[in-house]
Ligand binder design. Structure first.
Ligand SMILES: [Ca+2]
Length: 476
Protein backbone atom coordinates (compact mmCIF):
# COMPACT_ATOMS: atom_id res chain seq x y z
CA UNK A 1 0.00 0.00 0.00
CA UNK A 2 2.85 2.38 0.77
CA UNK A 3 5.51 3.07 -1.82
CA UNK A 4 8.14 3.50 0.90
CA UNK A 5 7.93 -0.17 1.79
CA UNK A 6 9.04 -1.55 -1.56
CA UNK A 7 9.78 -5.05 -0.33
CA UNK A 8 6.17 -5.70 0.59
CA UNK A 9 5.02 -5.09 -2.95
CA UNK A 10 7.67 -7.24 -4.57
CA UNK A 11 6.84 -10.75 -5.67
CA UNK A 12 8.60 -13.75 -4.23
CA UNK A 13 10.39 -14.34 -7.51
CA UNK A 14 12.08 -10.95 -7.24
CA UNK A 15 13.70 -12.07 -3.98
CA UNK A 16 16.29 -14.61 -5.08
CA UNK A 17 17.10 -15.77 -1.54
CA UNK A 18 13.54 -16.94 -1.06
CA UNK A 19 14.09 -20.26 -2.72
CA UNK A 20 16.84 -21.11 -0.21
CA UNK A 21 14.70 -20.62 2.84
CA UNK A 22 11.97 -22.84 4.20
CA UNK A 23 10.33 -19.91 6.04
CA UNK A 24 6.92 -18.74 4.83
CA UNK A 25 7.18 -15.36 3.15
CA UNK A 26 5.04 -13.56 5.74
CA UNK A 27 7.14 -14.92 8.60
CA UNK A 28 10.32 -13.91 6.84
CA UNK A 29 8.98 -10.40 6.46
CA UNK A 30 8.13 -10.32 10.14
CA UNK A 31 11.70 -11.20 10.99
CA UNK A 32 13.25 -8.81 8.48
CA UNK A 33 10.83 -5.96 9.03
CA UNK A 34 9.29 -6.26 12.48
CA UNK A 35 7.90 -2.72 12.23
CA UNK A 36 5.84 -3.47 9.14
CA UNK A 37 4.18 -6.40 10.81
CA UNK A 38 3.49 -4.60 14.09
CA UNK A 39 2.42 -1.33 12.55
CA UNK A 40 -0.41 -3.17 10.83
CA UNK A 41 -2.04 -3.23 14.26
CA UNK A 42 -2.31 0.55 14.34
CA UNK A 43 -5.85 1.67 13.64
CA UNK A 44 -6.08 4.80 15.79
CA UNK A 45 -3.84 7.66 16.83
CA UNK A 46 -3.87 9.52 20.13
CA UNK A 47 -1.69 12.63 19.97
CA UNK A 48 -1.09 14.34 23.31
CA UNK A 49 0.51 17.76 23.36
CA UNK A 50 1.76 19.45 26.50
CA UNK A 51 2.54 23.17 26.61
CA UNK A 52 5.93 24.74 27.45
CA UNK A 53 7.18 21.40 28.83
CA UNK A 54 10.96 21.01 28.78
CA UNK A 55 12.23 17.46 28.29
CA UNK A 56 14.65 17.82 31.22
CA UNK A 57 11.75 18.18 33.69
CA UNK A 58 10.68 14.57 33.21
CA UNK A 59 11.68 11.47 35.11
CA UNK A 60 11.90 9.49 31.86
CA UNK A 61 14.38 12.13 30.63
CA UNK A 62 16.55 11.87 33.74
CA UNK A 63 14.97 14.36 36.17
CA UNK A 64 15.27 12.94 39.69
CA UNK A 65 12.97 15.47 41.42
CA UNK A 66 9.82 15.86 39.33
CA UNK A 67 7.34 12.97 39.59
CA UNK A 68 5.82 11.92 36.26
CA UNK A 69 4.70 8.33 36.91
CA UNK A 70 2.28 8.22 33.98
CA UNK A 71 4.70 9.61 31.42
CA UNK A 72 7.26 7.17 32.76
CA UNK A 73 4.68 4.40 32.26
CA UNK A 74 4.13 5.50 28.66
CA UNK A 75 7.89 5.77 28.14
CA UNK A 76 8.35 2.22 29.42
CA UNK A 77 6.14 0.87 26.66
CA UNK A 78 7.16 3.28 23.87
CA UNK A 79 10.21 4.67 22.12
CA UNK A 80 11.71 7.62 23.99
CA UNK A 81 13.45 10.08 21.67
CA UNK A 82 16.12 11.58 23.90
CA UNK A 83 17.06 14.17 21.32
CA UNK A 84 13.92 15.60 19.74
CA UNK A 85 13.73 19.27 18.77
CA UNK A 86 10.95 21.77 18.08
CA UNK A 87 10.92 23.88 14.91
CA UNK A 88 9.18 26.96 16.34
CA UNK A 89 10.39 28.25 19.72
CA UNK A 90 7.00 29.40 21.00
CA UNK A 91 3.43 28.09 20.81
CA UNK A 92 2.03 29.42 17.54
CA UNK A 93 4.84 28.63 15.08
CA UNK A 94 5.70 25.29 16.69
CA UNK A 95 2.12 24.00 16.66
CA UNK A 96 1.42 25.16 13.10
CA UNK A 97 4.68 23.48 12.09
CA UNK A 98 4.10 20.01 13.52
CA UNK A 99 0.44 20.00 12.47
CA UNK A 100 1.45 20.70 8.85
CA UNK A 101 4.70 18.74 8.95
CA UNK A 102 6.31 21.87 7.54
CA UNK A 103 9.02 24.05 9.04
CA UNK A 104 7.18 27.34 8.57
CA UNK A 105 3.79 25.83 9.44
CA UNK A 106 2.01 26.87 6.28
CA UNK A 107 0.83 25.12 3.13
CA UNK A 108 -0.44 21.68 2.30
CA UNK A 109 -3.00 19.65 4.16
CA UNK A 110 -2.63 19.63 7.94
CA UNK A 111 -2.52 16.35 9.86
CA UNK A 112 -6.12 16.52 11.14
CA UNK A 113 -7.57 17.37 7.77
CA UNK A 114 -5.51 14.67 6.02
CA UNK A 115 -6.44 11.89 8.46
CA UNK A 116 -10.06 13.00 8.17
CA UNK A 117 -9.89 12.68 4.40
CA UNK A 118 -8.53 9.15 4.88
CA UNK A 119 -11.56 8.07 6.90
CA UNK A 120 -10.39 8.56 10.49
CA UNK A 121 -12.68 10.38 12.89
CA UNK A 122 -10.67 13.48 13.76
CA UNK A 123 -11.28 15.20 17.10
CA UNK A 124 -9.57 17.89 19.15
CA UNK A 125 -9.70 18.45 22.88
CA UNK A 126 -8.07 21.62 24.22
CA UNK A 127 -5.04 23.44 22.79
CA UNK A 128 -3.55 21.93 19.63
CA UNK A 129 -3.04 24.95 17.40
CA UNK A 130 -2.10 28.13 19.22
CA UNK A 131 -4.42 29.44 21.90
CA UNK A 132 -3.52 32.24 24.25
CA UNK A 133 -2.98 30.96 27.74
CA UNK A 134 -4.60 32.27 29.86
CA UNK A 135 -6.79 34.47 27.55
CA UNK A 136 -8.43 31.81 25.37
CA UNK A 137 -8.68 29.40 28.31
CA UNK A 138 -10.63 31.86 30.46
CA UNK A 139 -12.86 32.79 27.49
CA UNK A 140 -13.17 29.22 26.15
CA UNK A 141 -12.30 30.47 22.66
CA UNK A 142 -10.66 28.80 19.65
CA UNK A 143 -7.47 30.85 19.30
CA UNK A 144 -5.74 30.04 16.00
CA UNK A 145 -7.50 26.70 15.56
CA UNK A 146 -8.06 25.42 12.00
CA UNK A 147 -11.64 24.08 12.19
CA UNK A 148 -11.33 22.05 8.96
CA UNK A 149 -8.90 19.75 10.84
CA UNK A 150 -11.65 18.26 12.95
CA UNK A 151 -14.95 16.41 12.84
CA UNK A 152 -15.52 17.68 16.38
CA UNK A 153 -13.65 19.95 18.77
CA UNK A 154 -13.82 21.02 22.40
CA UNK A 155 -12.20 23.97 24.11
CA UNK A 156 -11.17 23.50 27.71
CA UNK A 157 -11.81 26.28 30.20
CA UNK A 158 -10.53 27.46 33.53
CA UNK A 159 -10.22 30.49 35.78
CA UNK A 160 -6.42 30.39 35.50
CA UNK A 161 -4.84 33.14 37.69
CA UNK A 162 -8.29 33.79 39.18
CA UNK A 163 -8.61 30.23 40.52
CA UNK A 164 -9.41 30.40 44.27
CA UNK A 165 -6.36 29.65 46.39
CA UNK A 166 -2.95 31.01 47.39
CA UNK A 167 -1.87 33.30 44.56
CA UNK A 168 1.69 34.49 44.07
CA UNK A 169 3.32 36.83 41.56
CA UNK A 170 6.88 35.78 42.19
CA UNK A 171 8.90 38.45 40.37
CA UNK A 172 6.97 41.10 42.34
CA UNK A 173 7.17 39.04 45.56
CA UNK A 174 3.38 39.34 46.00
CA UNK A 175 1.39 36.71 47.89
CA UNK A 176 -2.36 36.88 48.48
CA UNK A 177 -5.63 34.96 48.61
CA UNK A 178 -7.55 37.99 47.36
CA UNK A 179 -8.87 38.10 43.79
CA UNK A 180 -8.19 41.78 43.35
CA UNK A 181 -5.16 42.81 41.31
CA UNK A 182 -4.16 39.34 40.06
CA UNK A 183 -1.96 39.35 36.92
CA UNK A 184 -3.93 37.80 34.09
CA UNK A 185 -4.46 38.01 30.32
CA UNK A 186 -2.02 40.34 28.53
CA UNK A 187 -0.65 41.74 31.80
CA UNK A 188 3.13 42.20 32.09
CA UNK A 189 3.91 39.93 35.05
CA UNK A 190 1.59 36.99 34.24
CA UNK A 191 4.57 34.72 33.48
CA UNK A 192 5.50 34.61 37.17
CA UNK A 193 2.07 33.77 38.54
CA UNK A 194 1.29 30.63 40.48
CA UNK A 195 -1.85 29.53 42.36
CA UNK A 196 -1.89 26.81 45.00
CA UNK A 197 -5.48 26.01 44.17
CA UNK A 198 -8.19 25.06 46.63
CA UNK A 199 -9.84 21.72 45.88
CA UNK A 200 -8.68 18.66 43.97
CA UNK A 201 -8.35 20.28 40.53
CA UNK A 202 -11.70 19.44 38.95
CA UNK A 203 -12.03 23.11 37.90
CA UNK A 204 -8.78 22.95 35.90
CA UNK A 205 -8.63 22.93 32.06
CA UNK A 206 -6.36 19.85 31.98
CA UNK A 207 -8.77 17.93 34.22
CA UNK A 208 -11.52 18.79 31.76
CA UNK A 209 -9.27 17.74 28.85
CA UNK A 210 -8.77 14.30 30.41
CA UNK A 211 -12.49 13.84 31.12
CA UNK A 212 -13.47 14.86 27.60
CA UNK A 213 -10.80 12.64 26.05
CA UNK A 214 -12.02 9.67 28.07
CA UNK A 215 -15.59 10.38 26.91
CA UNK A 216 -14.50 10.54 23.26
CA UNK A 217 -12.53 7.29 23.54
CA UNK A 218 -15.67 5.58 24.83
CA UNK A 219 -17.81 7.13 22.10
CA UNK A 220 -15.53 6.37 19.16
CA UNK A 221 -13.90 3.12 20.24
CA UNK A 222 -15.47 1.16 17.38
CA UNK A 223 -14.14 3.22 14.46
CA UNK A 224 -10.68 4.49 13.49
CA UNK A 225 -9.89 7.82 15.12
CA UNK A 226 -7.30 10.57 15.26
CA UNK A 227 -7.75 12.18 18.66
CA UNK A 228 -5.55 15.15 19.55
CA UNK A 229 -5.59 16.28 23.17
CA UNK A 230 -3.79 19.43 24.26
CA UNK A 231 -2.93 20.07 27.91
CA UNK A 232 -2.10 23.66 28.83
CA UNK A 233 0.19 22.94 31.78
CA UNK A 234 2.98 23.57 32.64
CA UNK A 235 2.33 26.83 30.70
CA UNK A 236 1.86 29.79 33.06
CA UNK A 237 -0.09 30.63 35.16
CA UNK A 238 1.20 27.73 37.26
CA UNK A 239 -2.09 26.56 38.74
CA UNK A 240 -2.43 23.18 40.43
CA UNK A 241 -4.04 21.90 43.63
CA UNK A 242 -2.00 22.90 46.70
CA UNK A 243 -1.15 19.24 47.39
CA UNK A 244 0.94 19.17 44.19
CA UNK A 245 3.03 22.11 45.39
CA UNK A 246 3.59 20.30 48.69
CA UNK A 247 5.47 17.57 46.79
CA UNK A 248 8.15 20.14 45.94
CA UNK A 249 9.10 22.26 48.99
CA UNK A 250 10.86 25.22 47.38
CA UNK A 251 13.66 25.48 49.93
CA UNK A 252 15.00 22.08 48.82
CA UNK A 253 15.10 22.86 45.11
CA UNK A 254 18.45 23.59 43.47
CA UNK A 255 18.79 26.56 41.10
CA UNK A 256 20.58 26.02 37.80
CA UNK A 257 24.28 26.88 37.96
CA UNK A 258 25.11 30.09 36.08
CA UNK A 259 28.81 31.03 35.74
CA UNK A 260 29.77 34.66 36.49
CA UNK A 261 30.73 35.53 32.94
CA UNK A 262 28.06 33.41 31.23
CA UNK A 263 26.86 36.16 28.88
CA UNK A 264 30.33 37.34 27.80
CA UNK A 265 30.46 35.02 24.80
CA UNK A 266 26.72 35.05 23.88
CA UNK A 267 25.89 37.42 20.98
CA UNK A 268 23.31 40.08 21.87
CA UNK A 269 20.73 38.39 19.62
CA UNK A 270 21.16 35.18 21.63
CA UNK A 271 20.25 36.78 24.97
CA UNK A 272 16.69 36.20 26.13
CA UNK A 273 14.41 39.23 26.25
CA UNK A 274 13.22 37.92 29.60
CA UNK A 275 16.12 37.85 32.05
CA UNK A 276 16.34 37.54 35.83
CA UNK A 277 17.41 41.18 36.07
CA UNK A 278 14.80 42.67 33.72
CA UNK A 279 11.89 40.73 35.19
CA UNK A 280 12.91 41.53 38.76
CA UNK A 281 13.14 37.91 39.93
CA UNK A 282 16.93 38.28 40.35
CA UNK A 283 16.15 39.95 43.70
CA UNK A 284 14.32 36.90 45.02
CA UNK A 285 16.32 33.66 44.89
CA UNK A 286 13.68 31.89 47.00
CA UNK A 287 11.04 32.93 44.50
CA UNK A 288 13.15 31.44 41.71
CA UNK A 289 12.95 28.20 43.71
CA UNK A 290 9.20 28.74 44.04
CA UNK A 291 9.04 28.99 40.22
CA UNK A 292 10.61 25.54 39.99
CA UNK A 293 8.22 24.21 42.62
CA UNK A 294 5.24 25.65 40.72
CA UNK A 295 6.49 24.35 37.37
CA UNK A 296 7.01 20.84 38.78
CA UNK A 297 3.61 20.94 40.54
CA UNK A 298 1.86 21.66 37.24
CA UNK A 299 3.91 19.02 35.38
CA UNK A 300 2.89 16.40 37.93
CA UNK A 301 -0.74 17.56 37.78
CA UNK A 302 -0.72 17.33 33.96
CA UNK A 303 0.86 13.87 34.29
CA UNK A 304 -1.97 12.75 36.57
CA UNK A 305 -4.52 13.81 33.94
CA UNK A 306 -2.59 11.87 31.30
CA UNK A 307 -2.82 8.85 33.60
CA UNK A 308 -6.63 8.91 33.42
CA UNK A 309 -6.45 8.72 29.62
CA UNK A 310 -3.92 5.88 29.61
CA UNK A 311 -6.07 3.95 32.11
CA UNK A 312 -9.12 4.33 29.90
CA UNK A 313 -7.23 3.24 26.78
CA UNK A 314 -6.24 0.08 28.65
CA UNK A 315 -9.73 -0.46 30.03
CA UNK A 316 -11.29 -0.16 26.56
CA UNK A 317 -8.54 -2.43 25.15
CA UNK A 318 -7.67 0.35 22.71
CA UNK A 319 -3.99 0.18 23.65
CA UNK A 320 -3.71 -2.78 21.28
CA UNK A 321 -4.79 -0.74 18.26
CA UNK A 322 -3.73 2.81 19.10
CA UNK A 323 -0.43 4.60 18.47
CA UNK A 324 0.17 7.11 21.28
CA UNK A 325 2.40 10.12 20.69
CA UNK A 326 3.36 12.52 23.47
CA UNK A 327 5.09 15.82 22.69
CA UNK A 328 5.44 19.38 23.91
CA UNK A 329 5.44 22.42 21.60
CA UNK A 330 8.82 23.60 22.94
CA UNK A 331 10.85 23.75 26.15
CA UNK A 332 11.36 26.49 28.74
CA UNK A 333 13.94 28.48 30.64
CA UNK A 334 13.64 28.66 34.42
CA UNK A 335 16.73 30.73 35.17
CA UNK A 336 19.30 28.79 33.10
CA UNK A 337 21.68 31.51 31.80
CA UNK A 338 19.42 33.82 33.90
CA UNK A 339 16.86 33.44 31.10
CA UNK A 340 13.13 32.89 31.64
CA UNK A 341 10.45 31.49 29.33
CA UNK A 342 10.81 30.59 25.64
CA UNK A 343 11.50 32.19 22.23
CA UNK A 344 15.20 31.36 22.35
CA UNK A 345 17.37 28.87 20.44
CA UNK A 346 19.26 27.39 23.41
CA UNK A 347 18.86 23.72 24.30
CA UNK A 348 16.41 24.13 27.21
CA UNK A 349 13.91 25.67 24.78
CA UNK A 350 14.51 23.65 21.61
CA UNK A 351 14.69 20.17 23.16
CA UNK A 352 11.30 18.58 23.70
CA UNK A 353 9.91 15.28 24.92
CA UNK A 354 8.89 12.88 22.14
CA UNK A 355 7.51 9.48 23.12
CA UNK A 356 5.88 7.20 20.54
CA UNK A 357 4.15 4.06 21.74
CA UNK A 358 3.11 1.59 19.03
CA UNK A 359 1.25 -1.65 19.78
CA UNK A 360 3.45 -4.65 19.17
CA UNK A 361 6.71 -2.72 18.93
CA UNK A 362 9.56 -3.22 21.36
CA UNK A 363 9.95 -0.29 23.78
CA UNK A 364 13.30 1.46 23.90
CA UNK A 365 15.27 4.66 24.05
CA UNK A 366 17.02 6.30 21.15
CA UNK A 367 19.59 9.05 20.73
CA UNK A 368 18.65 9.46 17.05
CA UNK A 369 17.91 13.08 16.22
CA UNK A 370 14.25 13.85 15.57
CA UNK A 371 12.15 16.91 14.79
CA UNK A 372 8.51 17.57 15.61
CA UNK A 373 7.78 17.85 11.85
CA UNK A 374 8.58 14.12 11.75
CA UNK A 375 5.46 13.22 13.76
CA UNK A 376 3.08 13.67 10.81
CA UNK A 377 4.90 11.39 8.30
CA UNK A 378 5.62 8.83 11.03
CA UNK A 379 1.92 8.59 11.84
CA UNK A 380 1.12 8.26 8.11
CA UNK A 381 3.53 5.36 7.98
CA UNK A 382 2.07 3.68 11.08
CA UNK A 383 -1.43 4.01 9.60
CA UNK A 384 -0.28 2.64 6.24
CA UNK A 385 -1.17 5.91 4.53
CA UNK A 386 0.86 7.74 1.89
CA UNK A 387 2.74 10.82 3.10
CA UNK A 388 1.39 13.96 1.39
CA UNK A 389 4.00 15.58 -0.91
CA UNK A 390 3.84 18.84 1.01
CA UNK A 391 5.14 17.25 4.23
CA UNK A 392 8.78 18.16 4.92
CA UNK A 393 9.40 15.92 7.94
CA UNK A 394 10.95 12.45 7.88
CA UNK A 395 9.34 9.14 8.75
CA UNK A 396 10.81 7.94 12.07
CA UNK A 397 9.55 4.35 11.62
CA UNK A 398 13.06 2.97 11.03
CA UNK A 399 14.00 4.28 14.49
CA UNK A 400 10.85 2.80 16.05
CA UNK A 401 11.98 -0.57 14.73
CA UNK A 402 15.64 -0.08 15.68
CA UNK A 403 16.74 2.62 18.16
CA UNK A 404 20.23 2.66 16.64
CA UNK A 405 18.85 3.71 13.24
CA UNK A 406 19.06 7.36 12.20
CA UNK A 407 16.96 9.31 9.71
CA UNK A 408 18.57 12.75 9.95
CA UNK A 409 22.04 14.22 10.42
CA UNK A 410 20.80 17.31 12.25
CA UNK A 411 17.72 18.90 13.79
CA UNK A 412 16.70 22.43 12.86
CA UNK A 413 14.92 25.10 14.93
CA UNK A 414 13.77 28.45 13.55
CA UNK A 415 13.06 31.78 15.16
CA UNK A 416 12.35 34.65 12.82
CA UNK A 417 15.44 34.73 10.64
CA UNK A 418 17.59 33.08 13.32
CA UNK A 419 18.42 29.37 13.26
CA UNK A 420 19.58 26.64 15.60
CA UNK A 421 21.04 23.38 14.33
CA UNK A 422 21.72 20.36 16.53
CA UNK A 423 23.95 17.54 15.30
CA UNK A 424 25.15 14.50 17.17
CA UNK A 425 27.80 16.48 19.03
CA UNK A 426 27.30 20.15 18.21
CA UNK A 427 24.74 22.90 18.71
CA UNK A 428 25.19 25.74 16.24
CA UNK A 429 23.14 28.94 16.52
CA UNK A 430 23.25 31.65 13.88
CA UNK A 431 21.56 35.03 14.00
CA UNK A 432 20.43 37.37 11.24
CA UNK A 433 22.89 40.01 12.43
CA UNK A 434 25.76 37.55 11.96
CA UNK A 435 26.31 36.43 15.56
CA UNK A 436 27.09 32.74 16.05
CA UNK A 437 27.25 30.23 18.89
CA UNK A 438 28.84 26.80 18.78
CA UNK A 439 28.65 24.37 21.71
CA UNK A 440 30.23 20.98 22.24
CA UNK A 441 27.16 19.21 23.63
CA UNK A 442 29.14 16.15 24.73
CA UNK A 443 31.45 18.11 26.98
CA UNK A 444 29.38 21.23 27.62
CA UNK A 445 25.69 20.24 27.76
CA UNK A 446 24.85 23.44 29.71
CA UNK A 447 26.10 25.56 26.77
CA UNK A 448 28.50 27.69 28.80
CA UNK A 449 31.44 27.96 26.39
CA UNK A 450 30.73 29.41 22.95
CA UNK A 451 33.39 28.00 20.63
CA UNK A 452 32.27 29.88 17.48
CA UNK A 453 35.30 32.19 17.63
CA UNK A 454 37.76 29.63 19.01
CA UNK A 455 40.49 29.13 16.36
CA UNK A 456 40.77 25.40 17.07
CA UNK A 457 37.04 24.83 16.42
CA UNK A 458 36.75 26.54 13.03
CA UNK A 459 36.47 23.20 11.15
CA UNK A 460 33.44 22.28 13.28
CA UNK A 461 31.92 25.75 12.92
CA UNK A 462 32.33 25.65 9.14
CA UNK A 463 30.90 22.14 8.94
CA UNK A 464 27.82 23.14 10.94
CA UNK A 465 27.39 26.36 8.92
CA UNK A 466 27.55 24.26 5.74
CA UNK A 467 25.04 21.75 7.08
CA UNK A 468 22.71 24.61 8.06
CA UNK A 469 22.89 25.98 4.51
CA UNK A 470 21.98 22.53 3.21
CA UNK A 471 19.03 22.19 5.58
CA UNK A 472 17.72 25.65 4.68
CA UNK A 473 18.11 24.95 0.97
CA UNK A 474 16.05 21.75 1.37
CA UNK A 475 13.24 23.76 2.97
CA UNK A 476 12.46 25.68 -0.17
CA1 LIG B 1 3.81 26.79 24.37
Amino acid sequence: MRSSRPLESQTNSSLPFMKFTPLPFSLLLTILFPLSASADKVRNVLLIVSDDLKASALGCYGNSICATPNLDRLAARGMVFERAYCQGTWCAPSRASFMHGRYHGKGGQNMGSFFRSQGLHSARVGKIYHMRVPGDIIAGTDGEDIPSSWDEKFNTRGHEAHTPGDYACLNLNLFTREQEGRQSTAMPHRMFVSVKADGKGSDQPDWEAAEKTVALLRKHREKPFFLATGFVRPHYPHVAPASYFEKYPFANLPLPPVPEDDWKDIPKAGLSKSTSEKTGIAKWPDNQRRMWSAYYATVTFMDAQLGKILDELDRLKLTDSTAIVFISDHGYHLGEHQFWQKSNLHEEVTRVPLIISVPGLEPGRTRSLAELVDVYPTLCSLLNLPVPDTVQGKDLSPVLGDPSATVRRAALSLQGGDHGLRSDQWAYLRYRGGGEELYDMKNDPGQFTNLAKDPSHQPQRKAMAGLLQECLRDLK
